[in-house]
Design a protein around this ligand. Structure first.
Ligand code: SAH
Ligand code: SF4
Length: 341
């Protein structure tokens, strides 16, 4: 890529770049507003700039390096975008409507180095990190589809975001700072497979971002059947980091739990999980396994309901992820995986 992407520039850098082009500061502010306040999807959208200036800008900067390759809509309204990056790699983002609110599920890496055995995203390892402007670029691709910014963002797409900490946090700052997209920090959730050093860094950052931890098992013995050893931390260390996070950031943490038949779906697992949730004041999000062609199976509806009920009986706040987008290669990383085949 020989051109800079316009979102790589800060507001101040944009002003000085326009100054060099002999343009007044208010022009830079107009461009800034088109990008961050008026949801432009291209230079051509900036109708109060002269054609000549738009031309000059587009020669100097790319508006977005990401192109939509495919869009797949599910019966429930979920829309998944397959996005092509400048180097020919692919990622996905998902638009999830619920009532009047819309959530974006965003990717943080191309592939994933963690390689959880049920997940399509990590099957071929990590290709590379996403740059800040690419994370913003997928956000903008989603905004172009819905015509506004979303109400919530979850970083639950492809990749382990805390292993791309710097770029992810730069993107979070762009998304939340008043001057840029100005989304509330409490509307953003970062999901991690339990990368403890990253969780501690995020705790030190000290903002009220939501943290979701993919625990998937109540003990390390079961967990090691699901997550390979390379980047897997002991549950005791993960929960200690979760406590620190809750205290420093003043947010209740969520534990995600992908339910896998005969692996982690027993009543004993539910009871052990409820003890962890109560001890560490966490919520639980149950995610029945979405088939990705792995060795695992989804538990029966009855088993899922029983598991949920045991948690409820123990006074744990629990939600079950509704089957969203599962009719259209809904599981995380699946559209990309299919495309690669
Ligand atoms: N890497 C981060 C965020 C991306 S995955 C993490 O692991 O937390 C987001 C969530 O989707 C995780 O809880 C993950 O376990 C879950 N997930 C991924 N593939 C799935 C599948 N096929 N079925 C059910 N849950 C899945
Ligand atoms: Fe990576 Fe998360 Fe998939 Fe595990 S579940 S392979 S950490 S994206």
């Amino acid at each position: 890529m020989n051109k800079q992407i316009i979102t790589e520039l800060s507001h101040e850098e944009l002003i000085s770049a326009l100054k060099e082009m002999k343009q007044p500061a208010f022009r830079a502010n107009q461009i800034h507003d088109w990008i961050y306040k008026k949801n432009a999807a291209s230079w051509d959208d900036m109708t109060n700039l002269s054609k000549e200036l738009r031309q000059q800008c587009s020669e100097k900067w790319l508006f977005n390096s990401i192109q939509m390759a495919k869009s797949v809509k599910s019966d429930d309204g979920t829309e998944k975008l397959l996005l092509k990056l400048h180097d020919g790699e692919f990622i996905e983002m998902v638009i999830i409507p619920a009532d009047t609110r819309i959530t974006f599920c965003l990717s943080t890496q191309v592939g994933c180095p963690v390689g959880c055995l049920f997940c399509a995203s990590g099957r071929n390892g990590l290709v590379r990190n996403l740059a800040m402007h690419e994370i913003i670029g997928e956000f903008q691709a989603g905004c172009a589809v819905i015509g506004r910014i979303p109400d919530n963002i979850v970083f639950m797409g492809i990749g382990e975001g805390l292993l791309n900490y710097e770029n992810l946090m730069k993107a979070v700052e762009r998304l939340t700072e008043e001057k840029y997209f100005a989304m509330g920090v409490r509307r953003i959730t970062i999901s991690t497979s339990g990368f403890v050093p990253g969780m501690l860094k995020l705790a030190d950052y000290g903002k009220e971002l939501n943290l979701a931890i993919s625990l998937h098992a109540p003990n390390d013995e079961i967990r090691q059947k699901i997550i390979p050893g390379k980047i897997r931390y002991p549950i005791s260390e993960i929960m200690e980091a979760a406590d620190i996070y809750r205290e420093k950031c003043n947010r209740m943490v969520t534990l995600e739990y992908t339910l896998l038949k005969d692996i982690n779906d027993s009543a004993a697992c539910a009871k052990a999980l409820s003890r962890i949730a109560r001890e560490h004041h966490t919520k639980i999000n149950l995610i029945p396994y979405n088939d990705t062609g792995s060795e695992f199976k989804r538990p029966s509806t009855k088993t899922i309901n029983t598991f949920e009920q045991i948690l409820r009986n123990a006074d744990v706040a629990v939600s079950v992820r509704r089957e969203r987008g599962s009719d259209q290669a809904g599981a995380c990383g699946q559209l990309r995986a299919e495309h690669m085949n």
